[in-house]
Design a binder for this molecule. Structure first.
Ligand SMILES: Cc1cc2nc3c(=O)[nH]c(=O)nc-3n(C[C@H](O)[C@H](O)[C@H](O)COP(=O)(O)OP(=O)(O)OC[C@H]3O[C@@H](n4cnc5c(N)ncnc54)[C@H](O)[C@@H]3O)c2cc1C
Length: 319
């Protein structure tokens, strides 16, 4: 079988691409290395999206949620029902490992098989590779880059690194489940992109001293029962500690993009090269969709504003 298009990644945008390919009668397959919408599945258990549900809809299929902003469980259910009811072709738990160009076709080698396809869409997101701190002790079991559920941290001394949405949610949730929370923040304040209805909450918890926070500070070392950090005066301080939630963001798999021949900008943003009308990269037949388009600017594209990539790509392939 030779596919018209193989979609790497079964996140919301990979699924949007499949819906669009189907509408254009293109033969397609999604290859996803984990569970269906794997990134969303791994988001914190109690998270609520900042978008209202209609902004997360694909192909105008109604997304009904109990509140204006849906929960993770509602989103998982929504995308699962789309895949089921539209009979989307998707192979799960199968990682795309490399791609070779063979005459006019691509050979896509996965952990299970090899596919032949005329075109490829890379919709691999950014959630698989954390921005590591590269400090001693980071490899210890007590350090995580993926926060899940607050109950686990009840009564424990928790350090949260960062001041973005993920860090703030984790700090507030664990504090409310009885953890003793300290935030270590590289900047001088809580992130400006933190959800407008959450930001006052964290600022007030810090003001009243319920959550401790050190700004202009940097975690420098993790030890078994302690952490060390550099404070704003440049002094090294120690704190007793049980767990570290290092929520310092994630980055796309640039090595994978480069292995396909996709050029990246040479600045520190590593923005992949693509045509903004068609989403086609500098490699003929390879397209980008979703959050991956932003390189290190991982906040630039999200479900709301990158759903449209699917239509642009399939129109170009079908032209
Ligand atoms: C806590 C949190 C809250 C958010 N809230 C919102 C919101 O309210 N509104 C909004 O619009 N956006 C939100 N976002 C951002 C949004 O979730 C992402 O932008 C979105 O998931 C992007 O979709 P995607 O399909 O491009 O990538 P992803 O959803 O990351 O999907 C990529 C998929 O590719 C798979 N994959 C990766 N490499 C391979 C490989 N080699 N082979 C096979 N499969 C592979 C991954 O397993 C993954 O399933 C939020 C993000 C976070 C972290």
């Amino acid at each position: 079988m030779i596919y018209d298009v193989l979609i790497v990644g079964g996140g919301p945008i990979g699924i949007a691409c499949a819906l669009e390919a189907k509408k254009k009668n293109l033969s397609y397959i999604i290859v996803e290395k984990g569970a269906l919408v794997n990134s969303l599945y791994n988001y914190p258990n109690k998270m609520t999206f900042f978008s209202t549900s209609e902004k997360l809809e694909l192909d105008d299929i109604p997304f009904v949620s109990n509140n204006p902003k849906p929960t993770k469980q509602e989103a998982l259910e929504y995308y699962r029902r789309i895949v089921e009811s539209k009979q989307i072709h998707i192979n799960l738990f199968e990682k795309v490992e490399r791609v070779e160009k063979n005459d006019k076709l691509f050979e896509v080698v996965s952990s299970k098989t090899t596919y032949q396809t005329k075109n490829i869409v890379i919709a691999t997101g950014f959630y698989d590779i954390p921005n590591y701190l590269n400090i001693p002790g980071e490899e210890m079991d007590k350090v995580t880059h993926y926060y899940d559920d607050p109950h686990y941290y009840a009564t424990q001394k928790v350090v949260v690194v960062g001041a973005s949405n993920s860090s703030v949610d984790a700090a507030l949730e664990t504090y409310r489940k009885g953890a003793d929370v300290t935030m270590i923040v590289r900047g001088e304040q809580i992130g400006e992109r933190v959800k407008y209805w959450v930001r006052p909450d964290i600022i007030n918890r810090i003001k009243e001293g319920s959550i401790k926070a050190y700004f202009n500070a940097e975690l420098t070392e993790v030890e078994k029962d302690q952490i060390k950090f550099k404070d704003e005066e440049g002094n090294i301080q120690s704190l007793d500690n049980d767990f570290v939630l290092a929520l310092t963001g994630y980055r796309p798999n640039f090595e994978f993009l480069e292995s396909l021949g996709i050029k990246l900008s040479e600045d520190q943003l590593s923005i992949p090269e693509y045509n903004q009308q068609t989403m086609k990269t500098n490699v003929d037949g390879i397209y980008l969709a979703g959050v991956i388009c932003g390189g290190m600017e991982t906040h630039k594209w999200f479900i709301e504003n990158s759903r449209i990539h699917a239509k642009m790509i399939m129109e170009d392939i079908n032209a």
